[in-house]
Design a protein around this ligand. Sequence first.
Ligand code: SAH
Ligand code: SF4
Length: 353
Amino acid sequence: MDQGKNEMKTPKKDVLGLSLAELTEEIKSLGMPGFIAKQVYEWVFKKYRSEFADMPNISKMNRDKLAAHFVINRFLSTQAISSGDGYAKKYIFELSDHAKIESVVLREKTYNTLCISSQCGCAVDCKFCLTGFAGLKRQLAPSEIVNQILYAFQDNEPISHLVFMGMGEPLLNFEAVFKAIEIINSEEGFNIGKRKITVSTSGILRGLQKLLDHEICINLALSIGNAIPSKRIGLMPIEKTNPLTDVINMVAEYQKTHNRKLTLEYTLIEGRNDAPEDIKELINLAKYLKAKINLINLNPHPKIPLKPISNEKMDAIKSTILAERVPVTIRFRKGQDISAACGQLGESLLTPC
Ligand code: SAH
Ligand code: SF4
């Protein structure tokens, strides 16, 4: 038997998924000077190089050694679609196994936000969300999360704010998400401050506990669906295993210890969460948690049998909330014409390659 053929080769590590400290350690353990890690990081994060051969300040011998042990994986292909209003640009990225994920550049007046994916698809099955309809295809590696931001920078879209509001439930892939945040936040990486990073969650208790344990100080957004648990369960079945009452306690604890911005994301759906009693409960929750409310009218999709509310009703709900002195915003439906708005990502998972 040919032993050589059966030997398991250790897969090469992707530089995009390693913190500078980790890369330095790895490089030192291969007998190279540690400072090479910093040089590699600069080529990758500031000059967008993806071949070690294109890093001329590193010796040929060390470049060959690096190439034997590491890779810098870029997406196999990328499609970019701009919205007619010019406010959004959607990227569809093809991963190394041909799975697809989506990110969206959202242009604000003075800065750009990137809405990124944490999973390919989502298992949480919220009844108003297309990504949930598509189901979970697979988890993303830290490098695949980081690569979304790298691509935007390389595409001349300077990103200063980041929201984990693309495909997937970030707290069901917390290890990869936390590692990616470490890299994104580091000075040698993208240097995006933790106050400018928001993780949006449907309320995963185990993930919230990990956030508390790891002391990761980012902004949180909590997707409510309906603040009345018996009604929430019909929109967000996750309520069965991760009840809102327990989630609230944990989020309150996070707020107490971390003092970061908290937003309650409220997707409005005709007849499902727009009654006066629903809004009253939402207001009570926001007051208790000292949170801001972000109202998002349902972004419709033919696959989702639910309806948005009228603009008049939306304005009336906003006024009711304001009258209670709770900060509230209405999210403008940027990029709807290219299915780039909240809850509309996932089309690429439903259509065959
Ligand atoms: N899984 C995380 C983050 C991704 S979803 C979460 O659920 O928070 C990002 C946001 O889009 C959530 O606030 C979610 O409630 C909202 N959303 C999902 N589907 C939507 C739709 N069809 N219309 C408007 N908002 C939607
Ligand atoms: Fe998943 Fe968030 Fe969509 Fe729910 S709203 S299915 S948690 S991506």
